[in-house]
Design a protein. Structure first.
Length: 114
């Protein structure tokens, strides 16, 4: 169950849409780390979904302020995405002052499936 105390959900699915993992996290740091860790098993079908667009923006701001952590976890968990792409997309969202979420519990770009 999600509460306001646990505003980030990381979801992983199979190719056929069957759920593999559904993990909730309290902080942007643990949510991003978990996205990388879970994504190691199934990188194209793992997403990070904040409870609200405001929580999404909090996560984007945290990620933009910690590019070294993005590099570290991408390497540690063998992320297939280019870290330069992830960091560029995070920086764009932080500079724009808005995140990609259209509604509550929507996926947060660039931490999306596919």
């Amino acid at each position: 169950m999600r509460t306001t105390d646990m505003p980030y959900t990381i979801t992983s699915m199979t190719l056929y849409g069957e759920p593999l993992d559904n993990i909730v996290r309290k902080t942007p740091e643990s949510a991003v780390r978990t996205w990388f860790r879970i994504g190691k098993k199934n990188p194209l079908f793992t997403s990070l979904r904040p409870a609200t667009p405001a929580e999404g923006m909090t996560l984007i701001k945290w990620a933009a302020a910690h590019p070294d952590r993005i590099d570290e976890w991408a390497e540690k968990y063998h992320c297939p995405y280019k870290t330069s792409y992830l960091k560029d997309e995070i920086a764009k969202a932080a500079k724009k002052g808005g995140c990609s979420m259209q509604w509550d519990y929507d996926e947060l770009h660039p931490f999306t499936m596919g």
